[in-house]
Design a protein around this ligand. Sequence first.
Ligand SMILES: Cc1cc2nc3c(=O)[nH]c(=O)nc-3n(C[C@H](O)[C@H](O)[C@H](O)COP(=O)(O)OP(=O)(O)OC[C@H]3O[C@@H](n4cnc5c(N)ncnc54)[C@H](O)[C@@H]3O)c2cc1C
Length: 279
Amino acid sequence: MDLDIDTVRVARTRADCALRPGEAFLGGGTFLYSEPVPAQVTGLVDLMGLGWEPWSVDGSGLRVAGTCTLAELVAGPGSLGAPGPYRGLGIVGECVSALSLSAKVARTATVGGNLALGLPAGSMAGLFVALDARAVIWTPDGGSRELPVADLVTGAGRVDLAPGEVLREVRVPGRALGARTAFRRASLTPTGRTAAMVTGRTLPDGDGPGRVLLVLTASVPVPRAQPIDPGDHEALDRWIDSIAAAGGWYEDTHGTADWRAAMTRRLAHEALDELGGTA
Ligand SMILES: Cc1cc2nc3c(=O)[nH]c(=O)nc-3n(C[C@H](O)[C@H](O)[C@H](O)COP(=O)(O)OP(=O)(O)OC[C@H]3O[C@@H](n4cnc5c(N)ncnc54)[C@H](O)[C@@H]3O)c2cc1C
């Protein structure tokens, strides 16, 4: 840990979120305190002091605050995912477990911090893209903007967040909560960093009878989502084949590109079978 900073301010109000020169936001700090703080960062603004309700659910859907910890996400929304109106949340626990975090770190790490990092192995993107969520972002001028979580990550470790913008919450629409969802992951070792992750959801019949949405993360630099007809494994293969040309597969010490591509293909076919009703 290299804490070469001058100040930490605890934000209590929105006005406190106005960054001063050299300041950056602090969520749980599990990433910031595990890496050397960038030289230009001389102060941190702790968002946890805002006291946001971690999550809430009603007829319009689920809201998860940027400061909701991963442990709170599992204990709250994750516990609702039994068969019933919230069965889509059945993948919450698996998506949190896909992060190579101890229980202690999961009690501190936040949903907002995970999304704001935009790491390929940041499984909150795979979760919330599968659930068709939108990100609500506070802008420094006092306004806010929204975008699909699918568009938030723009590259490996890059996100569509301007300096001073706060990821306030993610909103999952009610229609996604009752869908069937699927989860698959692969890593080089059982407790290793996720190298390929496939999440998916059944789509409403208006999108085509029995269609499913499949989402790839961890093996690709940005989340990729595609609707597929039930049982259409040829279409799925064509989509997977197209990824090498369109941005390619991600590669690092946690898996080669070829291996990730092969794992992703296998996991995606399994998820299509599960959601398409043939498994
Ligand atoms: C042992 C270990 C294993 C890990 N494994 C993984 C892994 O498998 N996959 C993975 O993705 N990560 C992993 N991480 C990194 C990190 O712990 C997680 O991504 C975590 O979810 C980050 O959340 P945080 O609240 O601690 O973020 P912080 O460290 O507080 O912040 C991270 C970044 O996000 C910004 N930020 C935080 N909250 C907001 C917000 N609401 N709005 C705008 N910007 C914000 C901060 O300014 C900073 O740039 C790991 C870390 C450790 C220590």
